[in-house]
Design a protein around this ligand. Structure first.
Ligand SMILES: [Zn+2]
Length: 218
C-alpha cells in the first residue's frame, strides 16, 4: 500500500473512533456562511476561521478564484442550504502568481511530468509527450493579489444568480503570520446596499431560510 494511503486510512480510523455527536450533524451549515479559498496546503480554513464540522461551507480551488464552478457551489450553498454571508479568502505567496496561461500551456505541451520551480520561474525537466489541451483552459492565474480578490468579489456580487442581500467579504491570509488581512476595496464591492438591507429587514423570513433544516435533517 502507498505510504500516504496507509497514513490517511489509519488517521481516518482514529478520527471515526471518537466521532461522537458529529453523527447527528444536519446537512445545512449551522453558522450559515461559505468561504471560497485557495487549495494551498498551508491554509486550513477550519483553523484560520475557527470552524467545526457542520459550521460552514468551504469551497476550494487553485487561487480561491470565482470560477463558474465556484459560483455553482456558492449558489447551491445559499439557495438550497441557507448560507447568508460569503467570504473570498486568497493568500500571500500564492502559486497562482508564479505563472501565466502561456507558461503552464507551454509546460504541458512539453510533458505531463512535474515542472521544476527555479528562481527564473517554472522549467520543464520531464519527458514528453505532452498535450495541447492546456491551451483550452483558462487557468485563472493572478498578477495582482489584491486586485484578484476585488475581481472575484465583484464577479460574485454581480452574478445574476447571487442575491443582493448576501454580503461578500474579501480577505488575504498572510502565510507568514496566519492573519486574515481585509482587502477593503473588495469588502466595499461586496457589501449589501442600504436599500437591499432595508428590504431584508421588512421581509424577515425569506422563503427557503427555514426549509433546508427540515428537508435535509435525516
Ligand atoms: Zn494559493
Amino acid at each position: 500500500m502507498s505510504k500516504v494511503l496507509d497514513e490517511v486510512l489509519s488517521a481516518n480510523a482514529e478520527y471515526s473512533r471518537s466521532f461522537g455527536a458529529k453523527t447527528n450533524l444536519a446537512l445545512p451549515p449551522a453558522r450559515r456562511f461559505a468561504i471560497l479559498t485557495c487549495m494551498d496546503a498551508r491554509l486550513d480554513p477550519a483553523k484560520y476561521a475557527g470552524l467545526s464540522e457542520g459550521d460552514a461551507h468551504v469551497i476550494r480551488n487553485a487561487g480561491g478564484r470565482a470560477t463558474d464552478d465556484a459560483i455553482r457551489s456558492l449558489v447551491i450553498s445559499y439557495k438550497l442550504l441557507g448560507t447568508r454571508e460569503f467570504f473570498v479568502i486568497h493568500h500571500s505567496n500564492c502559486g497562482m502568481e508564479f505563472f501565466t496561461n502561456d507558461v503552464i500551456s507551454n509546460l504541458l505541451d512539453n510533458s505531463l511530468e512535474t515542472a521544476e520551480l527555479t528562481a527564473q520561474g517554472f522549467r520543464d525537466v520531464g519527458k514528453g509527450p505532452g498535450s495541447q489541451e492546456g491551451r483550452f483552459i483558462n487557468w485563472h492565474t493572478i498578477s495582482d493579489s489584491k486586485q484578484a480578490v476585488v475581481d472575484d468579489v465583484n464577479r460574485i456580487r454581480q452574478h445574476p444568480l447571487v442575491p443582493k442581500n448576501i454580503p461578500i467579504y474579501g480577505y488575504i491570509y498572510d502565510v507568514k503570520s496566519g492573519k486574515l488581512v481585509e482587502v477593503e476595496e473588495a469588502t466595499r464591492a461586496g457589501r449589501v446596499e442600504e436599500t437591499v438591507r432595508a428590504l431584508r429587514l421588512d421581509d424577515v423570513r425569506s422563503p427557503g431560510q427555514e426549509a433546508p433544516a427540515a428537508t435535509y435533517t435525516r
